[in-house]
Design a protein around this ligand. Structure first.
Ligand code: MG
Ligand code: MG
Length: 296
């Protein structure tokens, strides 16, 4: 299937404290993202980067975890996502930290629901009650399900953007205690690294897709810290015991086979913490597999 893929850069670093994740969109472009996807036969439009406030210009927002600026940026992402879907395009959001998914997933579900594959070492399921760091990128999925700061829950349209049955999580291995309790009670299907170790990534991903069979369209939210840190060192919150390169590739190849992936986030690449841009280069390979690259 040949698509029109619209690259939407979101250089947001306000959802966490390590500096450099705002440079992620550049790192992915230098790694040849557009060229790799074009080589597969897709039409690729790079829409450039959306405007995001630079932290140094809004010191007064530090106390409130940059909530107003994050809400503003996510609204721009939401509108871009909504427009791309309305135009029949496949939006590809490149971050930036995982807060951008408040806008991307909100926007792609504006007119019709979609299933969500959340691929991450972390749950990003904290609320103001359970968070240890206060970082908003650790709350993104909770916000999308309608829990947390109302200014962020209501970005684009009021209330929850997804229900628990619309979400499957893969590669999870690092949860805060309160977040863990919330996730267990949530009804979300969670495949931890233990599930992948015991059953293999192939059966896990196939079952994950079955769980979302009631959706014609799927959104993939790929936090690059899902990978083993040796494979993907350029992330702000690395967590040992993650996916190998091949497991991640196979996951993308199986999702591609189902033909339902309609949009993608690639988030949390921090080039300052990376080695020779290998994390962005790997992300480009994963995006290519998701959009149809085959070995043979
Ligand atoms: Mg994340
Ligand atoms: Mg993460």
């Amino acid at each position: 299937m040949n698509r029109t893929i619209r690259i939407i850069g979101v250089p947001i670093d306000l959802g966490q404290s390590k500096r450099g994740v705002d440079l992620g969109p550049g790192a992915l472009r230098y790694a040849g993202l557009a060229e790799k996807l074009q080589a597969l036969g897709h039409r690729v439009i790079d829409g450039g980067n959306l405007g995001v406030a630079v932290r140094e210009t809004i010191p007064g927002q530090a106390q409130q975890h940059y909530l107003p600026a994050i809400a503003q940026a996510c609204l721009a992402v939401y509108r871009a996502a909504r427009q791309a879907v309305a135009d029949g395009e496949t939006p590809l959001f490149i971050g930036g930290d995982h807060t951008l998914a408040i806008g991307s997933i909100g926007g792609v579900t504006h007119s019709a629901p979609a299933g969500l594959l959340w691929i991450d070492a972390h749950g990003d399921f904290n609320t103001t009650e359970t968070t240890i760091s206060g970082n908003i990128h650790g709350m993104t999925l909770a916000l999308l399900l309608g829990e947390g700061y109302p200014q962020l829950v209501d970005v684009g349209r009021p209330g929850a953007k997804l229900a628990a049955r619309d979400v499957v999580m893969i590669a999870i291995r690092d949860l805060d205690p309160g977040e863990r309790r919330r996730l267990r009670a949530s009804g979300i299907t969670v495949y931890t690294m233990r599930d992948i170790d015991e059953r293999g990534i192939g059966p896990v991903v196939r079952e994950a897709l079955e769980r979302l069979e009631h959706h014609e369209r799927l959104h993939v939210s790929l936090d690059m810290d899902c990978l083993e840190p040796q494979a993907g060192p350029g992330v702000g919150t690395p967590s040992p015991g993650g996916l190998t390169c091949r497991e991640a590739q196979l996951m993308m190849e199986i999702i591609a086979d189902c033909g339902r992936c309609a949009s993608l986030d690639i988030v949390e690449i921090n080039p300052i913490l990376d080695r020779h841009n290998i994390t962005a280069l790997l992300a480009v390979e994963l995006a290519a597999s998701l959009f149809g690259k085959r070995i043979l």
